[in-house]
Design a protein around this ligand. Sequence first.
Ligand code: NA7
Length: 537
Amino acid sequence: MGSTPETHHDALVVGTGFGGLYSIHLLKQLGLKVKAIDSASDVGGTWFWNRYPGARSDINSHVYRYSWDKEALQTDPWPHNYLHQPELLSYFQGVAKKHGLYDVIQFNTELKSAVWDEEGGVWRVGTSTGETFVVRYLVTALGILHHKAVPEIPGLETFKGEVVHSSSWKPEIEWEGKRVAVIGSGASGVQIASTLAEKARELTHFIRHAQYVIPSRYRAVSPEERKGINERYEKIWHDVFLSNTAFGFVEPGRPTLSLSPADREQVFEDLWESGNGFHFLFGGFSDLVTDEGANKEAIKFIHHKIKETVKDPQKAEVLTSSDWFARRPLTDDHYYERFNQDNVFAHDLKKSPIEALTEDGIKTSDGKLHEVDLIVFATGFDAIDGSYTRHDIRGRDGIILKDHWAEEGPKSHLGASTSKFPNLFFVNGPGAVFANNPPVAEEGARFAADLISHAEETRTKGGKGVVENSVEAENKWKEQVQAVANATLFSKTPSWFFGENVSGKVVAPRLYFGGIGKFRAAIAEEKAGGYKGFEFR
Ligand code: NA7
């Protein structure tokens, strides 16, 4: 123990994705001595880990980036309307290089424990490398989708082929000409099934809840279009930060049922043609996720498209959801078409669940053995609070974060902090807003930096430089998060948004569905009111 190296810094940033990199930049600008760690071997966060074939963002390239580097907005290449994983990785590397962020980042170093020392007013952070970082401020940008959820299936260890989770893909994995099983039909599963179906010998998609997949309409961006966006960037970001979803498109105030059936159908058709799941859900009508009648109209339209596209009625049935269209919307250009290939199958896990794996493949309850060479678990993540509760994080009086959130689910004040854990900041923590991730991460990083800056000010006035939100503030925010969620169909549709994908988690909204504009207004109000939800010691 005595030989454990212990180093002191003002702040430690954990994670180097969108939230972490910007946090490093902001804290350096405050003049703090900053250190950062990441368990990966390079920057990128989600986009470091998720490298499966076809991994691509489904948010328009021009708003899937930082808004704060004006020069990069004009000059960074993004030749298509969406960015593939390698392009995103190189974007992150470019940002880190340009702003001198690499200097303070230590890679291949995972946070293992963090213990608050009340007397010293510091966090002691233990890492996988055996080091201890002693810091006043601990800024965690751990990623909302990091900790893999892999189902426990009997016989998993007997399977002779290859098994991989979507976020652990390695380039050497052989799939072309192989028999592939993809389990899970969220954003990852749909992208993976669609891409691998192109060259797999045989592909079976194992589906428990089918979803609604809107075409993405991936395409090149012309120089004229790019020029126009460059010229309008100020306005684009202004609108993004005032909108609900921050995706860079107009969110009309028009209710679905205000149009005649023919006009409504035309709007859906136009949305389908222009592509993008988020645009379909939020860019045509105001009420698809809040009004059951409106949602049913969208469902009817998509069901018709599936029936029209998928020629085999049995496959079409498996691909047809009976849930609300109120999960994270999905996007892919060829997903439904792939099932017209003779070698691509859809297996309904509700009708016949997986019983076990054998050495040759997957045995389902209908008695069938699906012989495969590769199984891809696209089974999602222990999302949001799962990124935190797996670590040994201890606040005041030794309370463990996992226990702190055990009874009522995760609580935070404005997604940024939680009571009893002074000077611990979340970037995109539980209770942060559901919207396009880069602007949300920017907002979170800015708020954490503001709180730290205020705490530093109190230090100059003889204070300890310790900030902690009140129990009342986090309870109030939790109530708001719950109330807004209750008004949406998201709350009636099980998903990771509510922790329902991992057994044992408290079912409660993990995201604020009130929109980024209102979320930012709540933060602005907190600041303008002199940070009443926080105590600065
Ligand atoms: P998601 O969206 O959580 O999807 C996970 C999928 O895996 C979903 O279809 C689940 O079915 C399925 N799943 C999970 N466990 C099982 C078991 N035990 N058996 C069968 N199927 C299972 O994760 P993704 O990685 O696709 O996407 C996460 C986010 O990344 C996404 O929202 C984007 O923002 C990017 P279920 O629906 O629960 O029946």
